[in-house]
Design a protein around this ligand. Structure first.
Ligand SMILES: Cc1ncc(COP(=O)(O)O)c(C=O)c1O
Length: 398
């Protein structure tokens, strides 16, 4: 099917919710994608921080194909060996002792919200959940409520009640908002959708300590920052804090849909039989993929090697501060972004980079986001940096 036919079918039949780039992707190999016209791109999008092993990774492909032939899905009414193997590996690697498996980041956060509410219920109290301005936690009604998007809040009103917000990175405001009716805080360490915007180390540590002193649950949304993206398995590990609940998604199964809500023994045993569930969550196919991804990250050493490559990318990007129109360079590990001045739409960089064979995407605050596969190499990064330098050198601000 040629590109115009593909585009035409989308225009006629898909609900009109996406802005799509004018290419149709056909196949991937390593850290590269190929479109239907045969163009090759080095991928700094990775399905938005999802394809952490790139494309057609031999071990992941083999594990998934073997599982497809054996057993793809059975009801959670039954045990499977592959799920049992995976949850053990995930708990051992993360330090949490309980997990619920689902199909997406939003579902993982929905589970975290329900778990927090069940904990309040078990304690015999009614409490609210506090989230940050600028947060993105998903698109279900509850996760949209903890997502900072006034336009969508208005469109989908009435939203669930029992939530409040604090000002991004403002500890005084956080302390004021952490009233006695708050029972849990939900936070990303780096706000990915808001343009790779990190919280300060001091803010996170102080917020955590205050929550602990008040018996408030600390929930970290690791959907984008997790699975090695920032150089640690989960980003909270950089801050010396121990959340009660974290959520994961995106890269967890290397591109097969999966989400996970992880909790300490105390928090994770608040649910009772029948309190939560999922048809597909943690099915055999997703678990086989996720188990292989985690094995490659940990035993295979990818977590360590990609952390070094992430530092390499960070150092290479730092040189771009010499350009006045690059107003900020942010991020950790292989989750980076550079913000452009208002006069230069980040989309122009997206287009120019694509024309040179690099896929990037634009996140909030006029920021070009870079979240490549964790398998990206230093020499591949060199090629990207050279192209970016060429674009910057010929960019003039009107
Ligand atoms: C931090 C964060 N939480 C939750 C989500 C929602 O994940 P999903 O799109 O898989 O529902 C996203 C997606 O971008 C995210 O970045």
């Amino acid at each position: 099917m040629n590109f115009n036919k593909i585009k035409d079918a989308e225009a006629r039949h898909y609900m009109p919710v996406f802005v799509r780039d004018n290419i149709a992707l056909d196949r991937g190999e390593g850290n590269f994608l190929f479109d239907t016209a045969g163009n090759k791109y080095l991928d700094f999008v990775a399905g938005i921080a999802t394809n952490i092993l790139g494309y057609n990774h031999p071990q992941l492909t083999e594990a998934v194909c073997a599982q497809v032939k054996k057993l793809m899905h059975v009801s959670n009414h039954y045990y499977t060996e592959v799920q049992s193997r995976y949850i053990k590996r995930l708990c051992e690697a993360s330090g949490f002792s309980r997990v619920f498996l689902c199909n997406s980041g939003a579902e993982a956060n929905e589970c975290a919200i329900k778990l927090a509410r069940k904990i309040f219920k078990n304690r015999g109290v009614y409490k609210k959940i506090l989230s940050s301005e600028g947060a993105f936690h998903g698109r279900t009604l509850a996760t949209l409520t903890v997502t900072d998007n006034a336009n969508q809040h208005e469109q989908y009103a009435p939203l669930p009640v029992g939530f409040d917000t604090f000002k991004y990175n403002d500890f005084d405001d956080f302390r004021t908002k952490l009233t006695d009716d708050i029972g849990a805080v939900m936070i990303e360490t780096i706000q990915g959708e808001r343009g790779v915007r990190p919280f300060d180390n001091d803010f996170l540590v102080n917020a955590y300590v205050l929550c602990k002193s008040k018996g408030v649950l600390f929930i970290v949304d690791e959907v984008q920052t997790g699975m090695g993206r920032t150089g640690k398995l989960f980003s909270f590990e950089h801050f010396g804090i121990q959340p009660d609940i974290i959520t994961a998604g995106k890269g967890i199964a290397g591109g097969i849909p999966m989400g996970a809500c992880l909790a300490t023994e105390e928090a994770g045993t608040a649910f009772a039989i029948g309190d939560h569930g999922s048809t597909f969550g943690g099915n055999a196919l997703a678990c086989a993929a996720a188990d292989k991804v985690l094995e490659i990250l940990t035993d295979g050493g990818l977590l360590k090697s990609s952390a070094a490559v992430g530092e390499y990318l960070g150092n290479a990007l730092a040189h771009f501060s010499k350009y006045d129109f690059i107003t900020d360079i942010r991020g950790m590990g292989l989750m980076r972004g550079f913000q452009l001045s208002e006069k230069i739409p980040a989309q122009t960089f997206e287009t120019k980079l694509r024309e040179r064979g690099f896929l990037v995407n634009v996140a909030g605050n006029n920021t070009v986001r870079l979240v490549p596969p964790l398998t990206i190499t230093a020499s591949e990064i060199d090629g990207f940096i050279a192209a970016l330098d060429e674009i910057c050198a010929t960019t003039c601000v009107m």
